[in-house]
Design a protein around this ligand. Structure first.
Ligand SMILES: [Zn+2]
Length: 135
């Protein structure tokens, strides 16, 4: 996977488990390949973009801040339209990052609440003690 990632200009994480997410984060950070992360469970989803600029957080910072999602979609369920919403948002962010246009979600996480039909965007801090990107 190391060689595969280094040969691409962007990676979209659409995986469904923590180990894969952490591995993609680690390899994208190592090769400075932008990472567009998406996750969805039940009626909720989130999208975050990591482009590895100075002082920018990584997926490890995000997961350590919010706690890694321990449940999978198989265990907790997923409302299928939420997957489409999150996937389309990831695609839009990927196009913007690759094309260098607009304002991407770099260093931020956008959270979708499908029950309340709301989006919330927050800036992510780079955690000084992050297991992946600190030091
Ligand atoms: Zn980090």
């Amino acid at each position: 996977m190391d060689t595969l990632i280094s040969a691409h200009s962007l990676v979209m994480d659409c995986s469904d488990n923590v180990d894969t997410r952490n591995q993609l984060n680690r390899l994208c950070l190592k090769h400075k390949v932008p990472l567009v992360s998406g996750a969805a469970i039940r009626f909720e989803g989130q999208v975050a973009v990591f482009t590895w600029e100075d002082d920018e957080p990584c997926y490890g910072c995000l997961s350590q801040l919010f706690g890694a999602q321990a449940l999978s979609c198989v265990e907790a369920g997923i409302m299928s339209p939420v997957v489409g919403i999150i996937g389309a948002t990831q695609a839009l962010e990927a196009i913007k990052v690759v094309a260098g246009m607009g304002n991407s979600l770099k260093g931020q996480v956008m959270i979708f609440d499908g029950i309340e039909s709301r989006w919330m965007t927050m800036k992510l801090p780079k955690l000084p003690g992050c297991n992946e990107c600190a030091g």
